[in-house]
Structures are given as structure tokens and as C-alpha cells.
Design a protein around this ligand. Structure first.
Ligand code: SF4
Ligand code: SF4
Ligand code: SF4
Length: 418
């Protein structure tokens, strides 16, 4: 079966912050304005049904709103349920958080159960605090900064997620260098794109060209000095695509069916950006994941990704961009067949970087092949020493040479000129 992961919103859109660009706070229209908390009944049903499915990995990504408003105890119960229903399975947990509510109890939980944490930080305080404010209108940078120290103290693995909005779009290098100075090794930049109710860009959103310019500057800086030390999610995904010939992120793939969103009450949707009643696939208390995955609604949703195939025509970047995410297409509410608003940015970015990505992909392949060859030679050397293999045989490492030719340096060393 097609593997998928869960993106869970145990507190729905509830959050202690009021970021100016937050699209999920608007889900009050869907889920009402009461307090939203996932019950243990829904939690256990979701965990057991998901772990029931035969897959190589079961990945739970906890998100919001702000998932830490649930408290540490909720996640301890979730872990207990995961052990009860799937102790022998490969289970991974991730937490995407604004980082303002975490304390030592959290640090311990996240470390003990190997959570991968995504922490939101939009750059230095003067940029981050422009939009990322608490309910009292106060900037939150200081708290996030302290959370970085907390996560390090507890040896929790984390990456930084930076939303690229009007707050920081003109400062790519300031943002990148700031994170680098903090010692952040894993960066993720996400475009903030949204249209205003009356049309045009929302005041905090970025245009395609702005996005393209921002990422080109980040790429140049990264390529110049950090390409072996710092991981930037988009760049990693492009390299993965070039080396493996398949995508590892939904927006570069040809089908949107990669994960399911589970809301606090068990309602299930196909994507974080399409949590809308018309896309509701079912509810974990009434439907199995298998049923929801097999539904026509989900299949149709998956196809929205390729609805641009005609629009994008013979674009040279289609294998990487794949028409961009349907949320960025002007008719997203209908059939998502229009050209992405970020198209100009992607074209600019790929034209500027592609040759260098190709070189890097070649390097990765070469390194990988060399490592494989070394492994094979080590094994053969052992066999030769034990008298189990002759030197006239073709070398199985793929070089096309005879063993004695291919392994000449190793053999010379071993035989010491005999
Ligand atoms: S922290 Fe996240 S969920 Fe909360 S208001 Fe900000 S963007 Fe929205
Ligand atoms: S709509 Fe965008 S974010 Fe959602 S699954 Fe498709 S590519 Fe991914
Ligand atoms: S760059 Fe533009 S035209 Fe090309 S695939 Fe992406 S959205 Fe389509």
C-alpha cells in the first residue's frame, strides 16, 4: 500500500500566539470558538488504527495551532498507546512548535522519546518580532531563543522553520547568517503566500519574484561556504530528486497524497492547507484509514497536483517544480488548474541554481559509488585471504575489470610486493 504519515492537530487551531500571517487561526470558521483538545478516546483510536496498517514506518507529526498547549502528559499517554498498539513497529514522532511554552519537562519528554522538533524562528529579533507576537502583542523571539538553549541542554534534535514573509523577505542573508551564528545546522524556509480577501497579495505575503530572489541569495551563500555543513530542506529535496529520481516532499511530487491531517475531534483531511468541510475524508472514530485512503475524494485530491500539466506545458523545470503546491494557484478553491503565483520565482531560482545542483548531485553519486566499491573490495579481500576467490574473476563491484586489475592497489598493499 502507498505509505503515508499523520499530521495531527490535537488542539486544532488553538494557540498562545497571534502571528499576523497565521492561516490556521482562521479555522475557527470550521471548528467553532470553544476550546479544542483531543480526547484520549480519539487519541487511542487514531494511534491503534494507524499502527494497524502494515507500513515500514509510522510517522506521527504533531502540529497546530500550537501542539504544546496539550501539555506533556498528553504526549506521555500517546507514547504509552503507541507502545501498547505497535511496540514492534518503527515509530517516529515529530513536534512542530512555536517554542514559547517548552520547559525542562518537555525537554526530557522530547529527548526520552526521540522527538524531532521543528522550531519556528523568522530570523533575528527585529525581524522575527514583527509578526510573531503573543496574545498581548509582545514579540516572542527571546522565548524561542531560550528554547534553543533548552533543546540543546536536553540534547533534543531540532531544526528551524523560517516563514519567509514581508517581515524578512528583504533580508535573506541577515536571516541565514543569524541562524548560522546560532549554530543551526538544519534550516527550512517556507514561502508565506496568501491572497487578500479583496484580491491581490495579503499584506504579509511574498510574491513569486520576491521568493525567487530570496532563495537565490540563500543558495549562493550556502553554496559558497556551507554546502557540506548546513542542510537547507529545499536544497536537500532537490538533490534527493536529482539523485534518486523521486521526490521526498509533497510539493515536488506528482501527487498530493502523502499524508493525512487528523484534527482534534478525529476529522481527517488530505492536507494542512485544505482543512475545509468539502475535503473532509471521514473521522477516525467511524472510518478506517484504509477507507479514507481508498475514497474517490482522496484520489481526486491527489490529482490536483498534476492538474497544471497542461498549463505548465513543456516547462523545463517540471520534474523539480511539478507545478508547485496547489495552494499557490489562483483557482485553488476550484480545480487548481491555473499557474502557480510563485511560478516566476521558481523559474528564477532553478535557472540560477540548476547547474550547481547538477554538479552536487554528481558528487553525491560518485561518493556513494566509491563507498559501495570500497565495501565490496573489503569483502573480496577477506575472501581472497581465505583462499575463496581467484584473481582472474570479473570484479563484482561494477567496474568491468578483472579482480586483479580492479583491486590492484589493495592487493599490492596486502601482498607487500610478493
Ligand atoms: S505560532 Fe503557529 S499556530 Fe500559533 S499563531 Fe503563530 S503561526 Fe499560528
Ligand atoms: S496541496 Fe501542497 S502542501 Fe498539500 S499535499 Fe499538495 S503539495 Fe503538499
Ligand atoms: S516553474 Fe512554473 S511553469 Fe514550470 S513547472 Fe513550475 S509552476 Fe509550472
Amino acid at each position: 500500500m502507498r505509505e503515508f504519515s499523520l499530521l495531527i492537530k490535537p488542539a486544532s487551531f488553538d494557540c498562545n500566539l497571534r502571528c499576523a500571517y497565521c492561516f490556521y487561526l482562521k479555522k475557527e470558521e470550521v471548528f467553532g470558538n470553544s476550546i479544542h483538545r483531543m480526547s484520549d478516546e480519539v487519541l487511542e483510536k487514531m494511534v491503534s488504527s494507524f499502527l494497524d496498517i502494515e507500513m515500514s514506518n509510522h510517522s506521527f507529526a504533531w502540529q497546530g495551532g500550537e501542539p504544546s498547549v496539550m501539555g506533556v502528559d498528553f504526549y506521555q499517554r500517546a507514547i504509552t498507546m503507541m507502545k501498547k498498539h505497535g511496540d514492534e513497529k518503527n515509530v517516529a514522532n515529530a513536534l512542530q512548535t512555536n517554542g514559547t511554552l517548552l520547559n525542562d519537562d518537555w525537554g526530557k519528554l522530547l529527548r526520552d522519546f526521540n522527538f524531532l522538533v521543528g522550531l519556528s524562528m523568522d530570523g533575528p529579533a527585529e525581524l522575527h518580532d514583527l509578526y510573531r507576537k503573543d496574545a498581548g502583542g509582545k514579540g516572542t523571539h527571546k522565548k524561542v531563543y531560550n528554547t534553543i538553549k533548552l533543546l540543546r541542554r536536553h540534547r533534543v534534535e531540532f531544526n528551524i522553520l523560517t516563514l519567509v514573509s514581508q517581515a524578512n523577505i528583504k533580508h535573506p542573508l541577515e536571516v541565514y547568517r543569524y541562524l548560522k551564528k546560532l549554530g543551526i545546522k538544519y534550516h527550512q524556509y517556507i514561502e508565506c503566500f496568501e491572497t487578500a480577501p479583496g484580491g491581490g497579495l495579503a499584506p504579509f505575503a511574498v510574491s513569486g519574484v520576491e521568493w525567487g530572489k530570496f532563495m537565490c541569495r540563500i543558495f549562493d551563500e550556502w553554496y559558497k561556504g556551507d554546502r557540506y555543513d548546513i542542510s537547507v530542506r529545499l536544497f536537500d529535496s532537490i538533490l534527493h530528486q536529482l539523485v534518486e529520481k523521486r521526490s521526498n516532499v509533497c510539493n515536488m511530487g506528482r501527487d498530493c497524497r502523502q499524508y493525512l491531517v487528523v484534527e482534534y475531534n478525529g476529522d481527517v483531511f488530505p492536507c494542512d492547507f485544505f482543512v475545509e468541510p468539502r475535503f473532509k475524508l471521514g473521522n477516525v472514530m467511524e472510518n478506517s484509514f484504509q477507507e479514507m485512503i481508498d475514497s474517490d475524494l482522496y484520489k481526486e485530491f491527489g490529482k490536483r497536483k498534476t492538474a497544471t500539466d497542461e498549463v505548465c506545458g513543456d516547462c523545463q523545470w517540471i520534474d523539480l517544480c511539478a507545478g508547485c503546491c496547489p495552494k499557490n494557484r489562483p483557482d485553488r478553491a476550484q480545480d487548481a488548474k491555473t499557474l502557480s503565483e510563485l511560478c516566476a520565482g521558481w523559474k528564477m531560482f532553478y535557472s540560477h541554481t540548476y547547474d550547481r545542483f547538477k554538479e552536487l548531485a554528481k558528487e553525491i553519486r560518485f561518493r556513494r559509488e566509491t563507498e559501495q566499491r570500497v565495501q565490496v573490495h573489503r569483502q573480496l579481500l577477506r575472501m581472497f585471504q581465505q583462499g575463496n576467490i581467484g584473481l582472474e574473476a570479473p570484479c563484482p563491484c561494477g567496474s568491468g575489470l578483472l579482480l586483479k586489475q580492479c583491486m590492484a592497489p589493495e592487493l599490492n598493499q596486502l601482498l607487500g610486493g610478493r
